[in-house]
Design a protein around this ligand. Structure first.
Ligand code: BGP
Length: 473
């Protein structure tokens, strides 16, 4: 009998974003990003200047401790590490002609450190980190000028790291701009006043910029693998009432729009109807249509934390909390301490749905459980007995395996926040996802020391056995 395991060369690893772990927000020439003025997270108020209560200003001090951290990731056997480049380290304001050398040097050092351990970087070019100046002066992606600035930035980093980085993602959770225009798209207009026309025009700018980056990247190095990244959230019909099924389908289409354009290179018909009914008319500049059509992505990546239910009459049900977008509470599922409903089978469904739709490789670049951890004494020093996290990850990975058995091509899996970091939605440190505990609290205090949790050893075994340890039952 052969042992069950994951495909050869499966990319096991973890995921992070610059603004949530680096700290050093104003060091070595870095400019401010939208994150430096959102001390309470994506849904919180926007401050005029960085304030001390913003945990992201220090993060977990990865900027100074990356060597120690990468060593720990290597100890777990990581094949891949997802990180983002902070755009405002490279172009502090975003609209300069020349990049900031110190910022470029920092990522050279990080990539070199990863290379020492044969860990492939997977780089997000824009992870909720639009330079603040671009938000204030241009209203972020609502302005077509951003395409030009993003092109300059991506060209700069593609050139610089062309021999160090192979895997790239253009925009983190590109669909989230519909729900969080400031954090995701640097659009400072109050969401209540932002017209659908302006919002979808901003979406168009990002989609064109993504295609342009894909073009430029492939020209610079034809071996680059460039993917889109979407927030995936399957929607179940609350009942078998066809109207509920339709509501669920329409909710999913709002997300599919982004991957459809990235993969198929054109706007799908279902959105044309939505545009017509909402008086939206997307302005295409000459060349946009061709760019979208000719520079589609090499793979689709996505985050997956939870599913939701939808109904045609949602007001009659309990509404649930969710990762940026949400829906109705599904009575069949349990939820995390933050109300995100836990649904491993949903991950198998997402993988199958994407693959049926596109037949190109998929990459799960975020998944995990945000939970409050308690540090206890262990035989080798402080640790966390995070069986709840192991249980979550084990069940999700079992479903990834099932999807692979279903015939889905999965490149890899990077669980979110592999080392504890600051939450995107709430800016808390107590919402922890990591295999590595970082001693820092919501009040900003702590030694910043790192400790291996129980899940650290569990994941190490998963990677070492190429998933066999998950599947031995
Ligand atoms: C995604 C983001 C990440 C991340 C994660 C977990 O939406 O891409 O940046 O933080 O969700 O969310 P949170 O940090 O809000 O728990």
């Amino acid at each position: 009998m052969t042992t069950k395991q994951f495909p050869k060369n499966f990319l096991w690893g973890g995921a992070t974003a610059a603004n949530q772990l680096e700290g050093a927000y104003n060091v070595d020439g870095k400019g401010l990003s939208v994150q430096d003025v959102t001390p309470k997270g994506g849904f919180g108020p926007i401050a005029e200047v960085p304030t001390e209560d913003n945990l992201k200003l220090v993060g977990i001090d990865f900027y100074n401790r990356y060597k120690e951290d990468i060593k720990l990731l290597a100890e777990m056997g990581y094949k891949v590490f997802r990180l983002s480049i902070a755009w405002s380290r490279i172009f502090p304001k975003g609209d300069e002609e020349e990049p900031n050398e110190a910022g470029l040097q920092f990522y050279d050092d990080v990539f070199d450190e990863l290379a020492k351990y044969n860990i492939e970087p997977l780089v997000t070019l824009s992870h909720y980190e639009t330079p603040l100046h671009l938000a204030r002066e241009y209203n972020g992606w609502a302005n077509r000028k951003l395409i030009e600035f993003y092109e300059r930035y991506t060209r700069t980093v593609f050139e610089r790291y062309k021999n160090k980085v192979k895997y790239w993602l253009t925009f983190n959770e590109v669909n989230s701009v519909l729900h969080l225009p400031f954090m995701s798209g640097g659009i400072k207009t109050d969401p209540k006043e932002l017209s659908k026309q302006d919002l979808y025009q901003a979406v168009h700018h990002e989609l064109v910029a993504s295609a342009l980056a894909t073009k430029v990247g492939h020209e610079i190095n034809p071996d680059f693998k460039i993917g889109c990244m979407v927030l995936a959230m399957p929607a179940y019909a609350m009942t078998s009432n066809p109207l509920d099924v339709l509501a669920a389908r329409q909710f999913e289409n709002q997300n599919y729009l982004f991957s459809d354009i990235h993969v198929r290179g054109k706007y799908p018909n279902y959105i044309k109807r939505f545009f017509k009914e909402n008086n939206i008319e997307i302005q295409f500049a000459p060349g946009d249509k061709e760019l979208l059509a000719e520079h589609t992505v090499d793979f689709v990546s996505f985050s997956y934390y939870m599913s939701v239910a939808q109904a045609h009459n949602p007001e009659e049900y309990l509404s649930g909390k969710g990762n940026i977008l949400g829906g109705i509470t599904n009575p069949y599922l349990e939820a995390s301490e933050w109300g995100w409903q836990i649904d491993p089978v949903g991950l198998r469904l997402v993988l199958n749905d994407f693959y049926d739709r596109y037949q190109i490789p998929l990459f799960i670049v975020e998944n995990g459980l945000g939970a409050k951890d308690v540090l206890v004494d262990g035989p080798d020093g402080p640790t966390v007995e995070d069986d709840y996290r192991i249980d979550y990850l084990q069940k999700h990975l079992e479903q990834v395996y099932e999807a692979i058995e279903d015939g889905v091509e999965v490149m890899g899996y990077t669980s979110w926040g592999c080392i504890d970091l600051v939450s995107a939605s709430t800016a808390e440190l107590s919402k922890r996802y990591g295999y590595i505990y970082v001693d820092r609290n919501d009040d900003g205090r702590g030694t910043l020391n790192r400790y291996r949790k129980k899940s650290f050893y569990w994941y190490k075994e998963v990677i070492e056995s190429n998933g066999a340890s998950l599947l031995k039952k």
